[in-house]
Ligand binder design. Structure first.
Ligand SMILES: *Cc1c(COP(=O)(O)O)cnc(C)c1O
Length: 369
């Protein structure tokens, strides 16, 4: 029986294992020199002045919102079509998420619909680089500037992607990344925030350690969001390989798109001119005129040893703690349609050229009935 082709797989090699062993032997397990080294390398990679390492992408978003001054009563505009971690930190700070529908071409916030959602209470926009493609930065940054809103980038899925020569991590005042096991680079669990603003970086550093300034002086409320050196050592090794990993994802995506083009009922992902896509997910749409349902495609792929996934099966406003803010079915039809149609296929760097062809052929075969 051939090996299952999973939807996500981490690549951990001897370099990561050696690096962890070295930290374990060093005796400095918690936040220390490896975390500082990772931060310096990560900032250099993104082209930002500062990077602050944290213990998750969620912690990075929470810290970013706190560092730009979001609090009780503020409104923060974001997308209904993302991972829950984009939205929950807004609620953690007592602020209100204001959802705006997505653009069907890139699955990201639709800039044409943002201005209608702005009120005197609006303070920030969290835009997501969903599936690994930057959001429409030119249009959304212009809106943020015009209305004096802080632009926060949720780049958790898009390390290394580019919008007009500008890397993710540098789009907006502050950006957030995740190092979770399924992301393009990983330390198992972890996060990092990037910014060019010294004040934002300093505030995030305090927030990471209970508001700590100097020895046992606490300036304000904070959390325990520290990265540890054991994980920073893994992240340092992963960061060296990020471009190589992303190139393999792009190669696999190109094979899949070529193999799946021209099929009735299948829409392959669009890479918008001026942007690069690092394919955290390779996501097709199964539309109403497809002969086979999405569930049946998934089941038949599974039988053939090919994993697949739905990111995301429901838009955020369908979940009770978001719905109770006053949202209902039908409010964001483009996001709701995406949730019904999307299907992600394996694209990660462990998928070989032959396997990418095999996945495309399997989907073609299944949907041809
Ligand atoms: C993974 C992810 C997060 C959260 O990251 P964690 O490290 O799991 O906390 C936030 N936003 C998006 C879009 C993500 O994909």
């Amino acid at each position: 029986m051939a090996q299952m082709i999973n939807i996500a797989e981490p690549i951990i090699e001897s370099a990561e294992i050696k690096a962890v062993n070295a930290v374990l032997r060093s005796g400095t397990l918690a936040m220390g020199p490896k975390t500082a080294e990772f931060e310096a390398n990560f900032a250099a990679y993104c082209g930002t002045k500062y990077a602050v390492a944290l213990n998750s992408g969620t912690a990075a978003i929470h810290s970013a919102l706190f560092a730009v001054g979001i609090g009780k009563g503020d409104e923060v505009i974001t997308t209904p079509f993302s991972f829950m971690a984009t939205l929950n930190p807004i609620l953690m700070l007592g602020a209100r998420p204001i959802l705006v529908d997505i653009d069907p071409s890139d699955f990201n916030l639709n800039p044409d619909k943002i201005e209608a959602a702005i009120t005197p209470k609006t303070k920030a926009i969290i835009a997501v680089d969903l599936y690994g493609q930057p959001f429409n930065y030119a249009a959304i940054a212009a809106i943020a500037k015009k209305h004096q809103l802080v632009l926060i980038e949720d780049a958790c899925q898009a390390i290394g992607a580019i919008f007009n020569r500008q890397k993710t991590g540098s789009l907006g005042k502050v950006a957030c990344f995740s190092l979770y096991a399924t992301k393009n680079i990983t330390s198992g669990q972890g996060g990092v925030l990037t910014t060019n603003d010294a004040q934002v970086a300093a505030t995030a550093r305090r927030f990471r350690q209970h508001g700590l300034t100097t020895d046992y002086e606490y300036a304000e409320l904070g959390y325990n969001y520290r990265m540890i050196d054991i994980l920073a050592a893994i992240a340092i090794e992963q960061l060296k390989k990020v471009d190589q990993f992303n190139t393999a994802r792009q190669r696999n995506a190109a094979i899949l798109s070529e193999g799946l083009s021209g099929l009735t009922g299948i829409i392959v992902p669009e890479v918008i001119p001026g942007r690069s896509h690092v394919f955290h997910q390779y996501t097709i749409r199964i539309t109403g005129n497809c002969k086979v349902s999405r569930q049946e495609i998934m089941d038949q792929l599974q039988v053939r040893g090919i994993g697949s996934g739905i990111y995301y099966p429901k838009p955020l406003h369908f979940y009770p703690h978001v719905a109770k803010l006053g949202y209902k079915k039908g409010d964001f039809p483009v996001a709701e349609q995406a949730a019904r149609e999307v299907l992600s296929l394996p694209v990660h760097p462990k998928v070989t050229v032959a396997q990418a062809h095999q996945i495309a052929a399997a989907v073609r075969d299944i949907v041809s009935g």
